[in-house]
Ligand binder design. Sequence first.
Ligand code: GLU
Length: 527
Amino acid sequence: MARPVRVRFAPSPTGPLHIGGVRTALYNYLFARQQGGTMILRIEDTDQTRFVPGAEDYIRRSLAWCGIELDESPWHGGPHAPYRQSERKATYQALARQLVERGQAYYAFDTPAELETMRQQLLASKAEHTGYGSQTRLQMKNSLSLPATEVQARLAAGEPYSVRLLVPAEGEVVFDDLVRGQVRVQANTIDDKVLLKSDGMPTYHLANVVDDHLMEISHVIRGEEWLPSAPLHVLLYRAFGWEATRPQFAHLPLLLKPEGEGKLSKRDGDRLGFSVFPLAWDGGAPAPETDETGPDDEPTPQPTGRSSGFREDGYLPAALLNFLALLGWHPTTDQELLSLPEMIAQFDLSRIHKAGARFDIQKAKWFNQQYIKQLSNEELAQQLTPELASRNLSLPPAKVVAIGGLMKERITFVKDIVTDGAFFFEPPTEYDAQVVAKKWNADLTGYLAALQSALATVPQLDEATARELTHQVAEQRGLKPGSLMQGLRVALTGAPGGPDLMGIIAVLGQAEVEKRLGLALAMVPLP
Ligand code: GLU
């Protein structure tokens, strides 16, 4: 019987969740839902030096806002609780000890100063291997190099020790990655990595492998920065005797800078004016990555503690998910707009790209425009109401709905309605100079004045009555309505273009139109 699909998203609470992390969570989620599997979230918080208060809650809120649902997590519980690694220390300690007893790992007593001295000596002697491994381990202080009695004595005396994996001196580590294909690495290029630190805490590698095994994870879907760690993880599964149930790996391509070269960082967002986080973050500077727990490649310094987020910038969660889904994956068709159910139906791990995905914020904006267009006027009004409230603007609900309908096709973000549609909320203070120069003449001002008086003759100003009235008044004056409409628009909104003029008039209402016509006639002199 095929193994039940169980996937996990395993963030470390070291700061705000990077947008690449959201994509990783999304791919796990799509795969879980498609396969009728289980989506797990595990908090990897064993490195207390990098712990940032508030980060875990930020992760929870971010996923909830995006609509990425979890089945098991620290907040949902589940059959493999606890889902926070700091609460699972005893398990890691027991299993590390077991590995030592099975001869797959060993105690190491070297102090940091001794490790550094050894490294310097190896560097000076131009040794081929300068890490702690098969070439060097017997020159170090550990349970392989020291007599058994001394090891016992040191342990009995409570001397600090770490536990290191005994990496085989020879052979290859080979595994199939669902994205990368076959990966082959010489075992002797892998160090005897620390599994348990002298403070009794596990390293990322030990905790990650132990938990993936105990939580019965079937597929590890994670960022490419973890690919260099995967051979070590394969060795760990082997050392524990868990190879038969080792999860399959799928390492996702990097998110690249907009220019296409190098990994996307927060600085790119700062430089080019976009967020790389789902929600705003003001919880202090994220912890820098360290050699011990971060990816093996370059650390990403993140100097500032305060950042905007996609939510605050005005992105709809569905648009963000659609944008992220296509950064590294594409369905079999050219379809770009995919609802979450469509993404779930079409997602395919074997169609994930190997090459990095360029992070193009213009594309994210395009998706947002498309998703705004798909909202009903009522839904858009619901989003607009808080934007208005935050600016102390208020209009009757029906008018907010009408404004939504008029502006829907013209905006990238809901908040654009407040700026691009400012005329809905206040009379213009400036009138488009070009239109004034070309169209502001006695015919037009006469027409505007007549329209102002005629307003009182209609019981109610909806779009149809507005059209009828504006045309009727023109005809009564022997003028072509078409030649007057742009002048009327400028009188009411200040701008030469915008959404349907009759719709604007209906939203403004009789009293406001009358007032604005009066204002325009007073403020814009005839040439
Ligand atoms: N805790 C790691 C991270 O923060 C998880 C890596 C993995 O998924 O194995 O990205």
